[in-house]
Design a protein around this ligand. Structure first.
Ligand code: G6P
Length: 607
C-alpha cells in the first residue's frame, strides 16, 4: 500500500527519496512520484511504472527539500495524472496514504472557490485545502486547519514552494515515522525507507502533526498541543532488507523460517517452563479470568488464527472463534467481557484488523492481545497484551515467515492457556518444549525438499485452476497453500476440507485440475485417503504432501512429496513450507512479479 518518504537537508535529497521508495516497493504500488523545491519552485516528476523508471526520469532533478510517494490506486486508475505528489497552484505539494471519506463534498466546495482539479484522487483536495489556508504563510497552521476538515485516514507529507527548509507531516490511521538526522530530518512510512540515512526514529502517534525543519522538529497532538515523543534507536538490520544470494525476497523469506522460528521461540526455549508473563506482566492476572478466545485477522494472518482454533480447543480446552476482521468490525456480535480478543497481524497496521480491535473494545472487550511482527505498530500499541513474532522485516507481499512465526506464537498461547487451566502437566509441558526446540531444525529439513518441489511445479505452469485439500488443523494450511498460489502465480486456487469434496467441488475434478493434498499422519489420514480415491476415480491428478510414514505411494496420476518427519501438533507449521515453495516455483514458471504481485499490497492500511 502507498509509501511515503520526505526529507529536508542541506544536500540534494533526490537520491534519498528514490532509495527510500525502493525500500518501500514491497508494500505494493502501481505508480510513483516525487517533488522537490528548487530555486523557489516545485519540480515534480511522476511515473505510472516502477520506481526504477522514476529514478531515470528524475536523474537531473535536484533539491534539498522534497516528498515522494508510491501509490496503490484507490480513487482513480493507476496513471501518471493520478500519481502523487498532488499540487495546488504550483505552491503546495502533498503526498498521502489513506482514504479521505468526505473528499467529494470538499472537492465540490473547493471547485466553487475556483480550484481546478487535475486528477481523480481524493488526495488532491488536501493540496487545495492547505493552499486555501496558507494565505499567512504558516504551513503548519494551514495543514492543521486542513486536517481538521478531513474525515478518514491519512499519513501525509506537505511542502510549499516558498518555504524551502520545512516539511509538515501528519498521521491518523496510516503509518508514518520521523527519522532524526544531524542537520537533516526525514519522514517515512516505515523504518526500512530511512535506514539509509538514520537509525534515530520517533514513532508518531494517532493524530500527530510534525513540523520538520533542518535542525529541529516540533510535534503536536491532535488537539494542537506541543508534545514530546521519545527518540528510539531502530534495531532493524539493514542486511535483513537486502536480497543477498536469493532471486526474490519471497524465496529468501521462506528460507529464513528456521531462524525466524528460533528467534520467536528464543526466550521460551531457553527457559524451563512456560509463564503467562511472555505476553506482558498483566497476563498473570488476566489469563485465569479468560473463558473464551476471539481471534481477529485478515488474509494469511487469519489462516494462522484458524489453525490456532484447533490447538486452543483441543489442548487448552478453551472455546475459540476466528473471524475475518473486515466482517467482524461491521457485525453486531454478542460480547463476553471474559473473552480474550487476539489480533494477529504481520504489519500491525492493517486497517480492518485495527478497526476490528477497536470495535471489540467499544463493545466491551477489555482483554486484548496482539500477535504482531512490528514493534511500535498501531495494533501493538492499542492492545493490552502482546507477543512479538521475531520474523524480521518481510518484504515479499505474499506472507511466508510471518505466518509460520505467528503459528509458533499461537502455539505458545495455547500452551500457556492450557497450563493456566490445569490441562498441562509437567511431563507434557516438557515434551512440548522439547518439540518446539526441535522445530527450527525440522523446518530446515523440509526446506531441503526445494529441488523436488521445483520439479513438481513445472507440471502446474499450464494449469488454470487448482484444488487444495486438507483436514482438521491442516485444512487452514491447505487454504494458505491455495492463497499463496493465487496471489503470486494468478492460478485460480480454492481450498476445501477434504470431507466436503463430494458436496460440490468434485464436479470440477478432471485431468486439468491438479488437486494438492496435505496428508499428515494423523487420526484423519484414513479418511483423507478415501477422499483422494474419490479424486483419482474422476481422473484428477493428485499432488500429495505426505508424512514419511503415511504409506501413500506414487502411482500414475499420484505425485508424492515425502515430508521428512511427523511433527504432531506442530505439523501445520512444517506442512506450510512445501506449499509456499510450490507457489513460488509455479510463479517462476509463469514469470510473474513474485515479490510484488499485481493489484496486491503488503500492508493494507485502507479499508
Ligand atoms: C495483505 C497482505 C497479506 C496479509 C494481509 C494481512 O493482504 O498482502 O499477505 O496476510 O494483508 O496483513 P497483516 O499485516 O495484518 O498480517
Amino acid at each position: 500500500m502507498c509509501g511515503i518518504v520526505g526529507a529536508v537537508a542541506k544536500r540534494n535529497i533526490v537520491p534519498v527519496l528514490v532509495n527510500g521508495l525502493l525500500r518501500l516497493e514491497y508494500r505494493g504500488y502501481d505508480s510513483a512520484g516525487l517533488v522537490v523545491v528548487h530555486e523557489g519552485k516545485l519540480e515534480r516528476v511522476r511515473s505510472a511504472g516502477r520506481v526504477a523508471e522514476l529514478r531515470q526520469k528524475s536523474a537531473n532533478t535536484t533539491g534539498q527539500l522534497g516528498i515522494a510517494h508510491t501509490r496503490w490506486a484507490t480513487h482513480g486508475i493507476p496513471s501518471e495524472r493520478n500519481a502523487h505528489p498532488h499540487m495546488s497552484r504550483n505552491l503546495i505539494a502533498v503526498v498521502h496514504n489513506g482514504i479521505i471519506e468526505n473528499y467529494e463534498e470538499l472537492r465540490a466546495e473547493l471547485s466553487e472557490q475556483g480550484y481546478e482539479f487535475t486528477s481523480d484522487t481524493d488526495t488532491e483536495v488536501i493540496a487545495h485545502l492547505v493552499h486555501s489556508h496558507y494565505a499567512q504563510g504558516n504551513l503548519l497552521l494551514a495543514t492543521q486547519t486542513a486536517l481538521s476538515q478531513l474525515v478518514g485516514a491519512y499519513a501525509i507529507g506537505v511542502i510549499a514552494a516558498d518555504n524551502p527548509q520545512q516539511l509538515i507531516a501528519a498521521r491518523k490511521g496510516s503509518p508514518l515515522l520521523l527519522g532524526v538526522g544531524e542537520g537533516e530530518n526525514f519522514v517515512g512510512s516505515d523504518m526500512s525507507a530511512l535506514l539509509q540515512v538514520t537509525r534515530n526514529v520517533v514513532y508518531l502517534e494517532e493524530g500527530d502533526v510534525v513540523e520538520v525543519n533542518l535542525d529541529s522538529y516540533r510535534i503536536f497532538d491532535e488537539q494542537g498541543t506541543e508534545v514530546q515523543r521519545p527518540v528510539q534507536i531502530s534495531e532493524l538490520d539493514n542486511d535483513s532488507v537486502e536480497l543477498g544470494e536469493y532471486k526474490h525476497y519471497m524465496q529468501k523469506e521462506i528460507h529464513e523460517q528456521p531462524q525466524a522460528l528460533a528467534n520467536t521461540l528464543e526466550s521460551v526455549c531457553n527457559s524451563q517452563s512456560l509463564v503467562p508473563g511472555i505476553f506482558g506482566a498483566e497476563a498473570n492476572s488476566i489469563f485465569p479470568k479468560i473463558e473464551s478466545i476471539l481471534i481477529l485477522a485478515c488474509g494469511t494472518s487469519n489462516h494462522a488464527g484458524q489453525v490456532a482454533r484447533y490447538w486452543l480447543e483441543e489442548i487448552a480446552g478453551i472455546p475459540c472463534t476466528v473471524e475475518i476482521a473486515s466482517e467482524y468490525r461491521y457485525r453486531a456480535s454478542v460480547p463476553n467481557p471474559n473473552t480474550l480478543v487476539v489480533t494477529i497481524s504481520q504489519s500491525g497496521e492493517t486497517a480492518d484488523t485495527l478497526a476490528a480491535l477497536n470495535h471489540a473494545k467499544a463493545t466491551g472487550h477489555g482483554y486484548t492481545l496482539a500477535i504482531c511482527n512490528v514493534p511500535e505498530s498501531a495494533i501493538i500499541r492499542q492492545s493490552k497484551l502482546r507477543l512479538l513474532t521475531r520474523a524480521g522485516p518481510e518484504i515479499g507481499v505474499a506472507s511466508t515467515k510471518a505466518f509460520t512465526t505467528q503459528l509458533a506464537a499461537l502455539f505458545l498461547l495455547t500452551l500457556v492457556m492450557a497450563k493456566v487451566r490445569g490441562r498441562l502437566d509437567e511431563k507434557r509441558e516438557q515434551q512440548f518444549l522439547h518439540e518446539l526446540r526441535h522445530l527450527p531444525a525440522a523446518m530446515q529439513k523440509v526446506l531441503a525438499l526445494e529441488p523436488q518441489i521445483a520439479e513438481m511445479a513445472k507440471l502446474f505452469a499450464d494449469k488454470h485452476h487448482a484444488l487444495f485439500l486438507g483436514r482438521g488443523m491442516h485444512f487452514p494450511i491447505a487454504a494458505e497453500g491455495a492463497l499463496k498460489l493465487k496471489e503470486i502465480s494468478y492460478i485460480h486456487a480454492e481450498a476445501y476440507p477434504a470431507g466436503e469434496l463430494k458436496h460440490g467441488p468434485l464436479a470440477l475434478v478432471d485431468k486439468d485440475m491438479p488437486v494438492v493434498s496435505v496428508a499428515p499422519n494423523d487420526t484423519l489420514l484414513e479418511k483423507l485417503k478415501s477422499n483422494l480415491q474419490e479424486v483419482r476415480a474422476r481422473g484428477g491428478e493428485l499432488y500429495v504432501f505426505a508424512d514419511a510414514d503415511t504409506h501413500i505411494h506414487a502411482s500414475e496420476g499420484v505425485h508424492i512429496l515425502q515430508m521428512p518427519e511427523h511433527a504432531g501438533f506442530l505439523s501445520p507449521i512444517l506442512h506450510t513450507a512445501p506449499l509456499q515453495l510450490l507457489a513460488y516455483y509455479v510463479a517462476l514458471q509463469k514469470g510473474t512479479d513474485v515479490d510484488k504481485p499485481r493489484n496486491l499490497a503488503k500492508s493494507v492500511t485502507v479499508e
